[in-house]
Design a protein around this ligand. Structure first.
Ligand code: AMP
Ligand code: ZN
Length: 479
């Protein structure tokens, strides 16, 4: 039974979908003004594992991931994030490009990165700039119902009209009044209100006609508009990084629920930040690594995925190269196990009974059922690999096909692409020659052959009954 930690209730809740057998999921996507960094990647891996697991359980998942190409302003760590320049416009001016060129370029990089990370593509990636009319309609509705007000071409959401404001983040009106760094805007009734539409200054490039002014939407309204358009008024799951909880998701709830009168989201899932040197990795701070940086150091995208999965998505994760080394070693071990299973000849007895494979599978499911505990699930996979490897050492794995299938299921849920590295015939022949030398107790020759294999980039490991495993030498860790 799948349980998910819901930021709304602050408890783990059993997942119960709105429509049996179906799951709707909205994932807050990237703001496309820079390269996506590995912190963003972490936040996109979480819903990917959730989606893969739901699909494994038989759900039909519909996932929408938006592309923010307008309205995300530079001061997003300040209160409501309604001031500053548009992030995309700022970059466009700096690089003497159009905002559209910037947005399309980084959107392309984002999709390419997701593909390399083996993140399943969302069913649809709507762009904010293509949904301005839907946002206008929503703002109009909020004005008509009295939840919003207009002044000098700017429209704001009146937080005092929604008593439930703060239910997600704890930033209730009372708390905001005493604690928050609230920004003043001459047209706001109260500093805790947030922008739905802003009148564009003369030099602003991205602007649209609206009933109130030539302007642009506030950042939060896009996700309400696109979530409702593609998934309906109430959806099962909404995901994002922890910094999205406030103000972004709090504002989404207020706008959406006041507009539709229905609950907006049943399960709110937030991934904790990835830190670099103890600080939040962020595009604006510039302290970030991209997937290219990771690859330049000799690691693969799957090494990174393994590192991400090795920490629970709600636990703080500090990025280090040591963790990457560990992840690479773990992935290599799994790949070697996979290669060995593919190569393993069917032998007489089979000690890996149906019951045992069933146990690994149950333990794995139990781990993911517990709020997507991927580190725990990985430990089950390694236990399984270690047990099956031992059986192969002793020629007791009679049915490698069964073990292979199980490993493939685990890898598919975790989104790890297994890679079988073919051992060249020449190396295999040297290893066989060495086996004979060892049988004849010719240890000098056996050592010479080991060195020869080593020089060709492979490692030979002896196991029981004079069996052996050949592995490619490790790839990464160049630094
Ligand atoms: P952005 O492109 O800035 O809108 O961010 C895209 C997603 O990545 C959002 O859901 C953010 O919450 C998330 N995010 C940003 N920085 C980090 C970080 N250091 N660790 C994890 N997630 C992050
Ligand atoms: Zn969003």
């Amino acid at each position: 039974m799948l349980k998910l930690y819901n930021t709304l209730s602050k408890t783990k809740e059993e997942f119960a979908p709105i429509n049996p057998g179906k799951a709707s999921m909205y994932t807050c996507g990237p703001t496309v003004y820079d390269f996506i960094h590995i912190g963003n990647i972490r936040t996109f891996v979480t819903p990917d594992v959730l989606r893969r697991y739901l699909e494994y359980l038989g759900y039909e998942v519909r996932q929408i991931k938006n592309v923010t190409d307008v309205g995300h302003l530079t001061n997003d760590d300040l209160d409501q994030g309604d001031t500053g320049e548009d992030k995309i416009e700022k970059k466009a001016k700096k690089e003497h490009k159009t905002p559209e060129e910037i947005a399309r370029f980084y959107e392309g990089i984002f999709k390419e990165t997701e593909k390399e990370m083996n993140i399943l593509p969302a069913n649809y990636f709507p762009r904010a700039s293509a949904h301005i009319q839907e946002m206008i309609k929503l703002i109009q509705g909020l004005l008509e119902k009295g939840y919003a007000y207009e002044k000098n071409g700017n429209v704001f959401f009146d937080v005092t009209k929604f008593p439930e404001y703060g239910k997600l983040s704890g930033n209730t009106l009372e708390n905001l009044k005493v604690g928050a760094r609230l920004e003043e805007h001459p047209d706001k009734k109260n500093p805790w209100d947030f922008a739905l539409w802003l009148k564009a200054p003369a030099n602003h490039i991205m602007k649209w006609d609206s009933p109130w002014s030539v302007g642009y939407p506030g950042w939060h309204i896009e996700c309400s508009a696109m979530s409702m358009q593609y998934l309906g008024d109430t959806i099962d799951i909404h995901t994002g990084g922890e910094d999205n909880i406030f103000p972004h998701h709090e504002a989404e709830i207020a706008q959406s629920e006041c507009y539709s009168g229905a609950k907006f989201v049943n399960y709110w899932i937030h991934t904790r930040h990835l830190l670099a040197d103890g600080e939040k990795m962020s595009k604006s701070k510039g302290n970030f690594y991209t997937l290219s940086d990771i690859k330049e150091k000799g690691y693969s995208p799957m090494d990174l995925r393994m590192a991400i999965l090795s920490a629970h998505y709600r636990s703080q994760m500090n990025f280090t190269w040591t963790a990457m080394d560990q992840a690479e070693a773990n992935l290599t071990a799994l790949n070697n196990f996979y290669a060995r299973l593919l190569d393993h000849k069917i032998t007489g007895s089979d000690k890996l009974s149906n019951m045992t494979t069933g146990k690994y599978r149950k333990d794995f499911e139990k781990a993911i059922d517990d709020d997507l505990n991927t580190p725990k699930a990985l430990s089950v996979v390694f236990e399984f690999a270690s047990d099956a490897n031992k059986l192969m050492d002793e020629n007791l794995l009679g049915n490698p096909g069964k073990a292979k299938k199980l490993l493939e299921i685990f890898a598919r849920i975790l989104g790890l692409k297994l890679e079988v590295i073919e051992i060249p015939k020449e190396i295999k022949a040297l290893a066989e020659e060495r086996k004979v030398a060892r049988e004849n107790k010719d240890f000098r020759k056996s050592d010479e052959l080991r060195d020869a294999i080593d020089k060709l980039g492979y490692i030979i490991e002896d196991t029981r009954n004079n069996n052996y495993i050949i592995k490619p030498a490790r790839r990464g860790g160049k630094k």
